[in-house]
Design a protein around this ligand. Structure first.
Ligand code: AMP
Length: 478
């Protein structure tokens, strides 16, 4: 399949060529023609598959085909993403592929001033890429008019729901015109995603691709058992002994990310930067740019902040702490081994995390290789302690917008009340020890009965079930 066979115009083909892409990825080959046709799409795809170009290219093509008269504050395309980083990356892709076209696009997310965003929309934009919280803020102040929306894209829909955006999304959806094209991208297909999809999509075309590296098994995974207090030392040794030039390190909390970063710099002279929800957008962008440019060797990130980071050929991912939710392990290691390159995912696992490791192995249906390092042999006299500061920590409603992803040390889900039993009071500032949800917590609302549950058409239900099965199989293969 060639790009020229997909129905894209000359200016887009020129921009694609400049990127050095020789042929479309499977998701692009499947999605581009049907999106240009105007069909709804339900796509099972993660980052790393080329999905961003899979929807931005045909959307730009569609925009170029008509030129309606837009009123003040109206927009034509809305892309919703879970994080600011992903929003910025989608905007970059649009700028890259649309460089020979004339259109206006902008990003809308929190953490930066809202007034310039009001002003920019007022002038008129074709494409808005936004995180749901800030967009709703603007919409509820009458700052944007959705009545001319032609296409709506929900990117990484599963992640948006995990982050508790469902209420914001529902409110936004209620403001959209009924007649529009909708594209929904998700790596996993929970009941909530199915409900959302059933309410939004009309006779969607199903697009499904496995991550290149999930089937090819290009990511090598290894676990180093180590005492909690010696993880920093082991991390520094691994980086130095193996001469790792670019390492993405994951911690569970914002405080943990800051601490690892500081310790690497102070004790080992390794240049590191942290990105998480407490950092300003400017600080995050700078950290990412420094890391990409090689000025910083180690980027320490929380799961939420790292979501969507796209760094070509990232060779090493380290789980300084295992995530509480097994799916996050899969997302984390998916940061490496992209585009067919080999990648290495290393996990430093202390005795407290053995249950989490078991849950990850169960979820991925694989046994991860364990390597005992003589110099870092865990002290057998140290017993397991409950994991602190995992998801479910914090105030109000478990400190998160959605109880869905609460997990205890067994990796199983529990409600926040159960989880709070494990918590010990922390000496550190409580807000820094909370999991990085990147959002202000809100009161947990009583879950409404699913209004769409009975409405799911058998056709769409069958499609969703198929995707569900497929995404589970893909996870198992990883
Ligand atoms: P995404 O899944 O959208 O996050 O894209 C992952 C990476 O693949 C990005 O760095 C893109 O620049 C790159 N990419 C997208 N499409 C292609 C293509 N057809 N050929 C080669 N690389 C691509």
């Amino acid at each position: 399949m060639k790009f020229t066979e997909l129905g894209l115009g000359e200016s887009l083909l020129k921009a694609v060529k400049e990127q050095g892409y020789t042929e479309p990825t499977p998701i692009q080959a499947q999605a581009i023609p049907v999106v240009i046709e105007g069909r709804d799409v339900l796509a099972a795809a993660q980052t790393g598959t080329g999905k961003t170009a899979g929807f931005t290219l045909p959307l730009l093509e569609r925009l170029s085909e008509t030129n309606p008269h837009m009123k003040k504050k109206q927009i034509r395309v809305l892309v919703l993403t879970p994080t600011r980083e992903l929003a910025a990356q989608v905007a970059d892709s649009i700028a890259t592929y649309g460089k020979y076209m004339s259109y206006k696009s902008m990003v809308i997310f929190g953490g930066v001033g809202i007034n310039p965003q009001f002003a920019a929309i007022k002038k008129g934009v074709d494409i808005v890429i936004a995180t749901p919280g800030r967009l709703l803020d603007i919409a509820s102040q009458d700052g944007i008019d959705f009545s001319a929306v032609e296409t709506l894209v929900l990117d990484e829909a599963d992640r948006m729901l995990d982050m508790g955006f469902i209420h914001d999304i529902k409110k936004l959806m209620a403001m959209m015109p009924k007649k529009k094209q909708t594209l929904l991208f998700s790596a996993t297909f929970s009941r909530e995603i199915k409900t959302l999809a059933s309410g939004l999509l009309k006779d969607p075309v199903l697009v499904e691709v496995a991550r290149e590296n999930s089937t090819a098994g290009k990511i090598s995974q290894v676990v180093y058992p180590v005492d909690k207090s010696r993880k920093r030392e082991l991390l520094a040794q691994l980086i130095k002994a193996n001469d790792w030039k670019q390492v993405l390190v994951f911690t569970r909390t914002k405080h943990g990310a800051n601490k690892v970063c500081k310790q690497l710099e102070e004790y080992s002279g390794i240049k590191a930067a942290a990105i998480h929800g407490n950092k300003s957008q400017g600080a995050r962008t700078k950290a990412l740019a420094d890391f990409k440019a090689g000025n910083v060797q180690v980027l320490v990130a929380t799961d939420i902040a790292a979501r969507g980071i796209d760094i070509d050929q990232l060779p090493h991912v380290v789980n300084f702490e295992l995530p509480n939710v097994p799916e996050d392990y899969v997302h984390r290691i998916g940061r490496t081994g992209r585009a067919g390159m080999a990648g290495e995912a290393v996990s430093l696992v202390c005795i407290d995390e053995h249950e989490l490791l078991r849950a990850i192995e169960k979820f991925t249906k694989s046994s991860i290789k364990k390597v005992d390092l003589e110099a870092f042999k865990p002290d057998p006299s140290i017993g397991a302690e409950p994991i602190q500061n995992g998801r479910g920590g914090g105030k109000r409603g478990g400190g998160q917008r959605n109880g869905n992803r609460n997990a205890n040390a067994n990796g199983s889900r529990s409600n926040s009340r159960n989880n709070s039993r494990n918590k010990k009071p922390s000496k550190n500032k409580p807000e820094n020890n909370k999991p990085d949800n990147d959002k202000t917590p809100v009161e947990k609302k009583k879950k409404p009965r699913n209004p769409h549950a009975e409405k799911i058409g058998s056709n769409l239900q069958a499609k969703l079930d198929k995707l569900d099965k497929k995404s589970n199989n893909n996870n198992r293969r990883k």
